[in-house]
Design a protein around this ligand. Structure first.
Ligand code: UDP
Length: 486
């Protein structure tokens, strides 16, 4: 028959690094499967993913893979933000956040001008479902979280268990209808209709928009959370594809880890080269979670007390408080020794660090990308979630998968109090020290790492999900074109 032109997919990521990065990885992965990809974003946000896209295009040069383009649009004038600031790292107020949702105009223009075969837009851009439908383009919602976390939100929205729950913010609330017993404190619930009716309405809109879309794409894989895949697809009847871990799938061609490294990053990797296998704990809280001086002081005390060597990323999120504000006595001397710890100020090459044989644990805020990257590298976690889906990602890692140790033990330190250095040290030693518990956790982490690799390899579950999604989109295009012809 007639040679079909490749599918063309438009990616429309939310404007925060934790959403842009997996979208760029996914584009690299899709391009390697023969899909033409365009990523629509703004100037500053394009810079965050530029090197991933360049690497992917370089690597595919001459292989016949279609290129990935970044289509750069000006940031909408929402006012109130410092110049040059264009993403969620800088969004402090809900007003700013809401105005991000008004960036509809360039999106619609792109749909009209380019007629892509599908759009993958962030679940947060709920209005894009109707915009795409209006122009006859199937929309896939991108979920930047685990299927477990998504199922928890869905349970919240459908059952509203807070309605009958006590007002006491410390009260444990059960989320009904899930494969596991999942409960959270009322203060930790991502959306409380009594406290924030606007958030409740927003998440209802998001969930409804995802349901009337062509489907949902998850950066996860079947063997990671099979009970939730079963729950989401079978019990809830949602159309969802699991195509991750996208960082792993795109690593070979995109080489996010091989980006030009800062001098700090380079010397960090050389420092790790001097350390025994599995002896170092990597500490990072992602791109949005900032720590108070009190939290940093306790963390520094904890790292010192643990006796475990560490790499600590400070200020990847907001500029860190000055060390005079947080540094505990003796810490400067400890750092001056040079062999106990390495501090990276700014952006860390996280994938390379997690892949380094010296790294044996990851003290993480449980952002979904970090959690999945730890799983993909076979590195067990010390979990310290603060809010939103991080709490559910911790539950997945600690309670379901048993590849982590919790620092907080479910207590809500984000609302009150500070985790003490002693508790931090104890958790690190529990994970990294010689014990049956540590051995069991490391064994589980190794198993999961193998499963993650299998998922993205030729014939694996995520590989096949990409294939079946492509088939469906191709069939839809053909049917749509025939219908238009008639
Ligand atoms: N990241 C990185 N270097 C840093 C900080 C973050 O490479 O110094 C990457 C990390 O590998 C992950 C993403 O940024 O892919 C952060 O996403 P995550 O979901 O873990 O957390 P968020 O920042 O969204 O809270």
């Amino acid at each position: 028959g007639e040679q079909q032109p490749p599918l063309h997919i438009l990616f429309f990521p939310f404007l925060a690094p934790g959403h842009l990065i997996p979208i760029a990885d996914m584009a690299a992965l899709f391009a390697a499967r023969g899909i033409r990809c365009t990523i629509l974003t703004t100037t500053v946000n394009a810079a965050i993913i530029r090197s991933t896209v360049d690497h992917a295009n370089d690597a595919s040069h001459g292989t016949g893979c279609p290129a990935i383009n970044i289509s750069v649009v000006p940031f909408p004038d929402i006012g109130g933000l410092p110049p040059g600031v264009e993403n969620g790292m800088a969004l402090k107020s809900d007003v700013d956040r809401e105005r991000f949702f008004e960036a509809a105009q360039p999106f619609e223009r792109f749909l009209v001008d380019n007629c892509p075969d599908a759009v993958v837009s962030d679940s947060f851009w709920h209005w894009s479902a109707d915009a795409a439908a209006e122009h006859g383009v199937p929309r896939l919602a991108f979920l930047g979280t685990s299927m477990l976390a998504r199922s928890c939100t869905e349970s919240m929205l459908r059952n509203n268990p807070l309605e009958a729950a006590p007002d006491d913010l410390d009260a444990l609330v059960l989320l009904p209808g899930l494969p596991h017993r999942v409960q959270l404190r009322r203060s930790q619930m991502m959306i409380d209709p009594a406290k924030r009716p606007d958030h409740w309405a927003l998440f209802q809109s998001i969930n409804a928009a995802d349901q009337r879309s062509f489907g949902e794409v998850f950066n996860s894989f079947h063997a990671l959370e099979p009970d939730y895949v079963e729950h989401y697809q079978r019990a809830l009847g949602r159309r969802a594809w699991l195509v991750g871990p996208v960082a792993l799938a795109s690593k070979d061609m995109a080489g996010r880890g091989t980006d030009a490294l800062s001098p700090d990053a380079n010397s960090c990797l050389r420092w790790l080269d001097t350390k025994p296998a599995g002896s170092v704990v990597y500490v990072s809280f992602g791109t949005l979670t900032s720590s108070s001086p009190a939290e940093m002081r306790e963390l520094a005390r904890g790292l010192a007390l643990s006796g475990v060597d560490f790499v600590w990323v400070i200020g990847a999120a907001t500029p860190a408080p000055d060390s005079s504000e947080w540094m505990p006595g003796g810490f400067a001397e400890l750092m001056a020794r040079g062999d106990r710890g390495f501090i990276i100020r700014g952006w860390a090459p996280q994938l390379l660090i997690l892949d380094h044989p010296a790294v044996g644990g990851f003290l993480t805020h449980c952002g979904w990308n970090s959690t999945l990257e730890a799983v993909s590298a076979g590195v067990p976690m010390v979990t310290w979630p603060r809010y939103a889906d991080q709490l559910h990602n911790e539950q997945l890692a600690v309670e379901v998968l048993r590849v982590g140790v919790s620092v907080t033990g479910g207590k809500d330190y984000a609302s009150s109090g500070v985790v003490m250095g002693e508790a931090i040290a104890e958790s690190i030693v529990r994970l990294m020290g010689n014990s049956d518990e540590g051995d069991a956790i490391r064994e589980k982490a190794r198993e999961l790492c193998m499963k993650a690799r299998c998922a993205v390899e030729n014939g694996g579950s995520s590989y096949n999900d990409v294939g079946s999604l492509m088939d469906e989109l191709m069939a839809r295009r053909t049917a749509y074109r025939n219908a238009v012809k008639v």
